[in-house]
Ligand binder design. Structure first.
Ligand SMILES: [Zn+2]
Length: 106
């Protein structure tokens, strides 16, 4: 096993990150079109990740609703509830899907 990611994977990762930025940007722009484009980009970046077997970076994985594919923007399309004693936050998307995001307790 190589410990260094291949150039192909590195390029795939760059594309994934670019698409995520683009999706967040489109979604922040608002409107039906923005939402539709954002979901299209997140679908695409997941596909790229699977195709090249590149695991999605945490912030991207956590930032996308696994239900509808929207970029989760607290206060806009999702609510955040802290379950401090459990060590995670619950992100609830407007589509109804809930995501538990674990964080390290200090
Ligand atoms: Zn959703």
């Amino acid at each position: 096993m190589h410990s260094k990611p291949s150039i192909v994977k590195r390029i795939a990762l760059e594309r994934i990150e670019k698409l995520f930025e683009l999706a967040a940007e489109k979604e922040a722009g608002g409107g039906e079109d923005g939402m539709r484009l954002a979901k299209r980009y997140t679908r695409l970046l997941k596909k790229i990740g699977m195709h090249y077997k590149v695991p999605l970076p945490k912030r991207i994985k956590n930032g996308i609703c696994s239900g509808c594919g929207a970029v989760l923007i607290p206060g806009r399309n999702c609510t955040v509830r802290m379950a401090s004693s459990e060590g995670y936050a619950v992100y609830k998307c407007e589509c109804g899907n809930e995501k538990h995001i674990f964080y390290r307790r200090s």
